[in-house]
Design a protein around this ligand. Structure first.
Ligand SMILES: Nc1nc2c(ncn2[C@@H]2O[C@H](COP(=O)(O)OP(=O)(O)OP(=O)(O)O)[C@@H](O)[C@H]2O)c(=O)[nH]1
Ligand SMILES: [Mg+2]
Length: 220
């Protein structure tokens, strides 16, 4: 696939997500994960950053993943199968609970940490984690902690900027530069950054292409 162009990946990404897509499993503890299947891509990030919304935008379904009206709504790992029939899925997407929601008690935070760490460690099918960063807020301490965790777990990760529509066009280059700078000390992070909006669908075709490229590399 060395000579495949960006346009080829845009098209294969479109096809990948044009097919069937369904919710298959929810995990509240690391001992209760679905059996290993196809490659998985997980969506991590602060509560309210737009994980569920971006997952819906990617799959073109408005209500596949539940979007929060109050932060901290997704409190489990939600697995979605892309492609059918069952057992022949091409890919799974994993919507992760958000971090950094202040009103969550210590006990919940401990449960959350255990679930996330159990999932990230030794999940052979986990191909990459997209760490979503709000374009307006940039990379914060808790995001750095997530990067630390991913570095320790030796999981491939990549920054995806969200809510790009909320930035003025003149501010967009700066948001990308800042995210790039945050990765300068992170050799394990994938260097390309995708800037998206679930609201306007900007960057969504590019993110699908990124997924298609990753699958092509993995299956090569
Ligand atoms: N303007 C704008 N708002 C967005 C975008 N994506 C999500 N939102 C809004 O941000 C809020 C949070 O979105 P979610 O998709 O539920 O965020 P989440 O990261 O899944 O949140 P948790 O599950 O609580 O961790 C909702 O009010 C969305 O409508 C976007 O691209 N642009
Ligand atoms: Mg969510």
């Amino acid at each position: 696939m060395d000579d495949a162009s960006e346009e080829d990946f845009i098209e294969s990404g479109r096809l990948l997500f044009a097919g069937p897509c369904e919710f298959i499993f929810a995990s509240v503890r690391g001992s209760d994960l679905p059996p290993i299947g196809p490659h998985e891509i997980a969506f991590a990030g602060r509560s309210n950053v737009g994980k569920s919304s971006l997952l819906n935008a990617l799959t073109g379904r408005k209500t596949l993943a539940r979007v929060s009206h109050t932060p901290g709504r997704t409190q489990q790992l939600n697995f979605f199968a892309i492609g059918a029939p069952p057992g022949q899925e091409r890919l799974r997407l994993v919507d992760m609970p958000g971090y950094g929601y202040a009103a969550v008690g210590k006990e919940k935070i401990a449960d959350w940490s255990r679930l996330i760490e159990d999932f990230l460690r030794g999940r052979a099918s986990l191909a990459r984690v997209f760490v979503l960063i709000d374009s307006r807020r940039g990379v914060k301490d808790l995001d750095e902690k997530m990067f630390d965790l991913l570095d320790r777990a030796a999981v491939s990760y990549q920054i995806v900027l969200t809510k790009r529509d909320e930035l003025k066009i003149s501010e967009r280059g700066g948001a990308l530069e800042a995210a790039r700078a945050a990765l300068a000390r992170r050799p394990a992070a994938f260097p390309r950054i995708v800037s998206t909006s679930a609201q306007t669908a900007e960057g969504v075709a590019e993110l699908r292409a990124e997924v298609a490229r990753l699958l092509a590399e993995r299956n090569a």
